[in-house]
Design a protein around this ligand. Structure first.
Ligand SMILES: C[S@@+](CC[C@H](N)C(=O)[O-])C[C@H]1O[C@@H](n2cnc3c(N)ncnc32)[C@H](O)[C@@H]1O
Length: 274
């Protein structure tokens, strides 16, 4: 049951959340780029480009200037700041606009080689028009690449006490906002409904264990993403504050043990414009 009528971005854009999103990009972009398998020369549009780290990485790999579409001015400002710091301000043209209405010039439709989006569709009440616009944005034979979450895939072992209830509450916070926490399994269906020819279904592995150098970063990302949803979880009565805080503490204890292991995978689907 949703309590809002327009799409609401659960995670927000405060500096702490921007730091988490940057960390997530550090952990995930190698895998996303591997799956994208860019050959060089592709003209790419990245929808819901956020802080633009993956947009820039795609631009580096393709050797072209990527168009990034992002609704939030604060995200664009931080994306541009990071690009300048990296000496890469020419790699992405960030355009402010809603994914429901791409900020493209008439002559640009049907000209891109790839339309890509990651972690956007899960935050929309109605993702199909966005995927349909992605299909229209690429040339005939162009690629439409959708990466998104199916939160049901997450496993922690040994499972910290209270974690199952906390993760359920986290997923229900999406539903409360009218969004879809398990959209990852629907990506191929969305491609078909949008008129594309699905050609690939895959995962980008996102996991680690105590003993791996990056494990603390995975834990920080996971706790950070749940933290962002705390106000909604409490407001909607999905879990009370005491159980929420105890479960987070149990996760911290778990993360300090030698046996802690975490598995997740980002759903990936790819289609072609017929
Ligand atoms: C989780 S971030 C992902 C950013 C980037 N794709 C990545 O993988 O790092 C989702 C981004 O989508 C943006 N967003 C949310 N709703 C949007 C909409 N309707 N149109 C355009 N951008 C939107 C948010 O502001 C946020 O920056």
């Amino acid at each position: 049951m949703s309590h809002v009528s327009s799409s609401e971005y659960l995670h927000g854009v405060d500096p702490g959340e921007q730091a988490r999103l940057s960390l997530l990009n550090d952990l995930l972009n190698v895998g996303s780029l591997r799956e994208l398998n860019l050959q060089g020369g592709e003209r790419i549009i990245d929808v819901g480009s956020g802080l633009g780290q993956l947009s820039r990485a795609m631009a580096r790999a393709a050797g072209t200037r990527v168009v990034g579409v992002e609704r939030n001015a604060k995200q664009i400002a931080e994306a541009e700041r990071q690009a300048v710091m990296a000496g890469e301000s020419g790699l992405v043209e960030f355009r402010q606009g809603d994914a429901a209405k791409f900020p493209l010039h008439e002559i640009e439709w049907g000209t891109f080689d790839i339309a890509h989006t990651r972690f956007l569709l899960e935050h929309l009440h109605d993702p199909l028009p966005v995927v349909s616009s992605m299909v229209r944005a690429v040339r005939l034979g162009g690629r439409i690449v959708l990466e998104d979450d199916d939160h049901d895939l997450l496993r922690l072992y040994p499972e910290p006490p209270g974690f199952a209830q906390l993760w359920q509450a986290y997923q229900r916070s999406y539903v409360y906002l009218g969004n879809d926490p398990i959209i990852g399994r629907r990506l191929v269906s969305l491609l078909v409904e949008a008129g594309a020819e699905p050609v690939r279904n895959s995962f980008v592995f996102f996991g680690s264990c105590a003993g791996e150098l990056n494990f603390s970063s995975y834990v920080a990302n996971l706790i950070g993403v749940i933290h962002g949803a705390r106000p909604v979880i409490l407001e909607a009565g999905l879990l009370d504050a005491e159980h929420y805080d105890c479960a987070i503490e149990a996760m911290r204890d778990w993360s300090r043990t030698k046996t802690a292991a975490l598995w997740y995978a980002v759903s990936w689907a790819e289609g072609l414009r017929k």
